[in-house]
Write a protein that binds this ligand. Structure first.
Ligand SMILES: [Mg+2]
Length: 269
């Protein structure tokens, strides 16, 4: 019989690891997927680091991964712009750092800086820890001139070791307020990254399980894409929040951790 589960998409933070420590069950779960021949891909809203960074981190933690098995929001933004523009040359004003710039540099695009008088075709907003008033001025001016507005993700907060820092969503909100324009957001909960994963694995909705720790990003994305969803309680969501989730935020499965999730799904494959 054909296996009904072909692809498992896994969020990273709160599912596989927390900061630098790997969560119990993560190595076991991925071993099982490998044993059963189920494809796994990692889907993360991060914008700062290249995919090779995550592949290396995962491999060091005992989870076999290559850059091709990691879909970051930065990489997805590259794919989104490639889909739209193909080989046509275009101009980008980027709020972002090297990780994002490197992904986008594979496009036929030219990066303008904040001093440029030329209008850009796209204002792309990622995490930029050197953001300043001049950059916000340039982005606002271009948006008022009709540049397309792309946010790599819309996460208001960026989790770091000892708490939170302002995330991409904070910059997106500032530019929305200034320009009155609405952005296209590439990252979760948009389904774009999940669609990339499904295309890569050649999987249909029924053959996919999305595993995450956050209701309004991982689970919402999965439900919007009409795939099965599983919430693990090893990250940001409490058991009470998981139980009271409804509508598009409601996961199909709630599991304590990836050990328990495997117990639940092993009978369905
Ligand atoms: Mg997470």
């Amino acid at each position: 019989m054909e296996p009904s589960l072909k692809l498992v998409c896994l969020d990273l933070d709160g599912v596989i690891y927390r900061g630098d420590s790997f969560i119990d069950g993560a190595v076991f779960f991925v071993e099982k997927l490998r044993e059963y021949g189920i494809t796994y891909l990692f889907v993360t809203n991060s914008t700062l680091r290249p995919r090779s960074f995550y592949a290396e981190k995962l491999s060091k933690g005992g989870i076999p991964a290559t850059p091709e098995t990691v879909i970051t929001a930065a990489y997805a933004t590259y794919r989104y712009l490639l889909n739209r523009e193909r080989l046509k040359p275009f101009k980008v004003f980027l709020l972002g750092e090297d990780g994002l710039r490197n992904e986008l540099s594979l496009l036929n695009c030219f990066f303008l800086d904040e001093h440029s008088q030329e209008p850009s075709d796209y204002v792309v907003v990622g995490l930029d820890r050197a953001i300043n008033y001049q950059k916000i001025c340039k982005a606002t001016k271009d948006l008022l001139n009709g540049a397309k507005f792309v946010g790599v993700n819309n996460d208001a907060l960026w989790p770091v070791e000892d708490g939170f820092m302002p995330g991409v969503g904070a910059f997106v909100a500032a530019l929305r307020a200034a320009s009155g324009r609405r952005p296209y957001i590439v990252g979760k909960p948009n389904t774009f990254m999940l669609r990339l994963a499904m295309e890569k694995a050649d999987a249909t909705e029924k053959e996919v399980l999305m595993v995450g720790d956050k209701l309004d990003s991982d689970i919402l994305m999965g439900n919007r894409a009409k795939v099965r969803t599983a919430l693990v309680l090893t990250g940001v969501t409490s058991p009470e929040e998981a139980l009271s989730a409804s509508g598009m935020l409601k996961p199909d499965i709630v599991a304590e951790d990836l050990y328990q999730l495997w117990d639940v799904i092993k009978n369905q494959i």
